[in-house]
Design a protein around this ligand. Sequence first.
Ligand code: SF4
Length: 329
Amino acid sequence: MKYVFGPVPSKRLGQSLGVDPIPFKTCNWNCIYCQLGRTTPLTNVRRDYFPPRAIVAQVRETLESHQPGEIDWVTFVGSGEPTLHASLGWMIREVKGMTSIPVAVITNGSLMYQPEVREELMPADAVLPTLDAGNEKLYRAINRPHPSLTFESLVDGLIAFRSVYTGRLWLEVMLVRGLNDTEEALRELAAVVQRISPDEVHINLPIRPPAEPWVKPPDDDGLMRAMALLGDIAHVVHPAEGVFDLSGYANVADAVVGIITRHPMREEELMRTLDHWTPSEVQQALADLEAHGGARVILRHGRRFWTAAAGRYGETLTSAPANQRGGCR
Ligand code: SF4
């Protein structure tokens, strides 16, 4: 099992070595915009989904195989929610103990109301939680959380963490047209952001294939409204250009699966990313993967995206692995 990927280019984190401690789509939210598809079923149990020692050993091995300066951040970022891993705190401390490279955690923030989760995140150099809504109704509409999670607990957890955390707290806002890009929604969101007092607000746009086909990025007016209302600490995060490190993959098929499991991509993007191989080698690998259920294609915004075979998306599916046809909700 491969828990470590990249380094991959990230606008916020430079060349980021990803650590994925959670099985594909193990999450307590089911965001309408999730690029990995729908969460089925929602999971809100903290446990060691993978052996923490094996994860940390892979991080060590990967760090040792890179020269100084090749990795800017080590980032815990799941193909699910990383705070669901019960040993996240132990793994962060272990990584901090083996390198001076800063450590980041990208999380939905939903479990930060729990004192032990806040404690576990304390040694990280940056924590990037999500806040897409300024009220419970919109929170449920966009993030579709586990029934036991409330908007109040999300906000209370973020405020409690900020009050003790001295690292960088960067709030991630995914802007969705017609939902949280209206003036009313943004004013409410801005009021909550003010209470949390993050160092920065990163505005993201659902340009990767969203779980639900009707999810659209905001138009220019919506984006400008968000910039104006969320204040000087807010800026738009565009996808990063850069080099994906593919040295850990034995062949092109493994590389394709390793990438699209975390970053669904259009075919031409995959070609550029996988220029270590010829376009015909990549196309052959994609055709084989699709034919044998190793990957799937979905249609979003009129474009074909390659995604993980296990991804479950609403409608507009163009092809499904043979062993999953008919299984997409
Ligand atoms: S976007 Fe993140 S928090 Fe939302 S469902 Fe996907 S993995 Fe979970």
